[in-house]
Ligand binder design. Structure first.
Ligand code: AFP
Length: 332
């Protein structure tokens, strides 16, 4: 079986391969800590809040520091931005890569022994020779050189794209090496499974209410077929399920918290996952426009997300268009 190192040697530039290698090594360390669990003292709160105002779990902080430390030591890395840190961290002025990451997506799952993961996105650095600033990171998702996630589930896996399809690896616990298990991950255009946090129903806009009403009605409603529902509360796990057996995932615009356009972060969650999903044949939108075409306005920007099976994503987009929604919930 092909190892990740062998794959990167033949598919990526030296700089990209080295950056991805650093991410992979950090993921192996995070995976080992998760395996030890309570015995490694990683459960519970760290006692701080991140920039998003969310309580940080101990392992959030540990994983963040591990990645930050390893990436800023990599000479190819010009700067790093983490979901957990207020500001970006400049690294090597001569580096050619910028890395954004969510060190532990789904961190509320740690204490209940359920799936979490690390999401990453690699962007080109355009001002080699100068110190990286936040503005350098504000590139559209279409600029990504690579994106992916490490999922710490019943086994540790990596799903990744370099812009030529999606490839999946599994961590061999004996050799501590990632081995390729799938070279052509594909998502069906149609779906019978959806993922949404339905407790937010009363805060959604009408097109999402109408869409979910149709799915819940199953073969007695407008969609004329039954749908199943799953919600792991870790985007990483919901996206992984979609890559394996299809479906659609949503964290749509809601009015729960004034001024917040959805919950998920454009640079750490939405863009990397959109790159993966599109490269596997799926689609991704904020309800109105393609997520990877959105010009980021700031590093911690939030965005509504609907991604997965193309037919379902198009259906949701049509409902938004019919209702005259222009962008992020604005009415025509
Ligand atoms: P945490 O990393 O703070 O647990 O958030 C995970 C997440 O951003 C995303 O991975 C989930 O899909 C979503 O939040 C779950 O949100 P709800 O708790 O509102 O269901």
């Amino acid at each position: 079986m092909m190892t990740l190192t062998q794959y990167l040697q033949s598919h990526a530039s030296d700089e990209l391969a080295s950056t991805l290698g650093t991410l992979a090594n950090s993921s192996i360390a995070i995976s080992a800590l998760l395996d030890k669990g309570a015995l490694a003292g990683i459960h519970g709160e760290a006692g701080n809040q991140n920039i998003q105002g969310e309580a940080q779990k101990k392992l959030d902080v540990i994983a963040n520091n591990l990645l930050l430390d390893a990436l800023t030591k990599n000479p190819h890395c010009a700067g790093v931005a983490s979901e957990e840190l207020d500001d970006i961290s400049p690294a090597h002025d001569d580096g050619t890569m910028l890395v954004t990451f969510d060190p532990l997506d789904g961190s509320s799952n740690i204490d209940i022994n359920m799936t979490v993961g690390t999401i990453f996105s690699i962007l080109p650095y355009q001002r080699v020779g100068s110190q990286a600033t936040e503005a350098d990171f504000l590139q559209k998702g279409t600029s990504q050189l690579a994106a992916g996630y490490f999922i710490y589930g019943t086994s540790t896996m990596l799903a990744m794209t370099l812009g030529q399809g999606v490839v999946m690896f599994s961590l061999d616990p004996t050799t501590q090496e990632y081995l390729r298990i799938d070279n052509q991950v594909k998502i069906d255009e149609s779906a019978t499974e959806y993922a949404i946090n339905a407790s937010n129903y009363r805060y959604w806009l009408d097109p999402i209410k109408e869409y979910i009403n149709g799915l819940v009605a199953g073969d007695m409603g407008i969609r004329n077929k039954d749908y199943n529902m799953r919600w792991v509360a870790a985007m990483i796990a919901d996206v992984h399920r979609i890559l394996i057996r299809g479906g659609v995932f949503m964290y749509p615009f809601d009015t729960k918290i004034a001024g917040k356009a959805g919950k998920l972060r454009l640079m750490y969650e939405a863009n990397p996952m959109s790159f993966i999903i599109e490269q596997a044949g799926g689609a991704s939108t904020d309800g109105v426009v393609r997520i990877m075409d959105i010009q980021p306005s700031h590093i911690h920007q939030r965005i509504p997300v609907v991604l997965g099976a193309k037919e379902e994503v198009d259906y949701v987009k049509n409902l938004h268009a019919k209702a005259g929604i222009l962008a992020n919930g604005e009415m025509a």
